[in-house]
Each structure stands twice: as structure tokens, then as C-alpha cells.
Unconditional design. Structure first.
Length: 147
């Protein structure tokens, strides 16, 4: 994916942050499905590592999420996770484990002014920051599902 911005419903921001805060002190994670850079379905996935510094999605829930995307005509658009103690940048572990070319990586972390979410494209070992465009709910069709 060569686009430099990701379009997400504004409600996804609150849903992502509520999920990640509920996972504290561990990293939380999940998937976003959509089309053409537009997020449409948000699916939190349990972190099977139960770690404050790493995540690995539980395989059955991840597979169910990907099947849900497929059934709804969506593609995997983004993988999100938290860094509970920072930084707001992909870690070396994030980069080494990334295996989804063209898929966005979203990282959320608390800062002195509250939680922030940043978007990145990881290509090989290179990190390319992108932009999240939070959109008004009336302009997009969305789904939020708990598996």
C-alpha cells in the first residue's frame, strides 16, 4: 500500500483506547478491516502473551477475525497494539515480527497529555510514519464486533 494516510471512523479511536486501557498493564491488540484505506470493522483480539512489552494475538480469535473480514468483503487494513510505557514508535520486536506487507501498524501509548495513536507502514526493516484521518461517523459505514 502506497497511501500515506489511513481513514478511520472517529468512534474507532475511543473503542481502541477503551480496549487498550482495559488491557493494562499488558499490551492490548486487535485488527481493523476495510477497503481502499477506509476502516470499516474493528475487532479486538486477546494478547496470548499477557505481557506489558510484547503481544501475540490468540490464533483462534485472529483467524475468526480474518474470516469475518473475508465474509464482509473486507481486507486486513491495520493491526493495532499498545505500548503501555511507550514509545509511540514500532519496537525492534514489532519490526522483526511484522509479516503483513501493505497493512498498517497502529501503536497507541500514553503521553503526558493523554493517549495518542500513530500509524506506520513497515516495509522490510524500514518504518514509514503515516497519518490517521479520523472521520465523522455519518460519513462512514462501520462495524464493531467482540468475538
Amino acid at each position: 500500500m502506497s497511501v500515506s494516510s489511513l481513514h478511520l471512523p472517529a468512534t474507532f479511536r475511543q473503542q481502541i483506547l477503551a480496549h487498550l486501557q482495559a488491557c493494562l498493564p499488558e499490551e492490548g491488540c486487535g485488527l481493523i478491516g476495510g477497503c481502499a484505506g477506509q476502516g470499516q470493522q474493528l475487532l479486538p483480539i486477546p494478547n496470548q502473551l499477557h505481557s506489558p512489552t510484547a503481544f501475540q494475538m490468540q490464533a483462534p480469535e485472529m483467524i475468526a477475525a480474518l474470516l469475518s473480514f473475508e465474509q464482509n468483503g473486507l481486507e486486513l487494513l491495520a493491526i493495532y497494539h499498545s505500548h503501555p510505557t511507550g514509545p509511540l514508535w514500532p519496537s525492534p520486536r514489532d519490526v522483526a515480527a511484522f509479516a503483513y506487507p501493505g497493512v498498517w501498524t497502529l501503536i497507541a501509548a500514553p503521553t503526558s497529555t493523554g493517549w495518542r495513536i500513530r500509524a506506520f507502514q513497515i516495509r522490510s526493516t524500514k518504518i514509514h510514519p503515516g497519518k490517521i484521518l479520523w472521520q465523522n461517523e455519518s460519513t462512514v459505514r462501520t462495524r464493531f464486533v467482540l468475538l
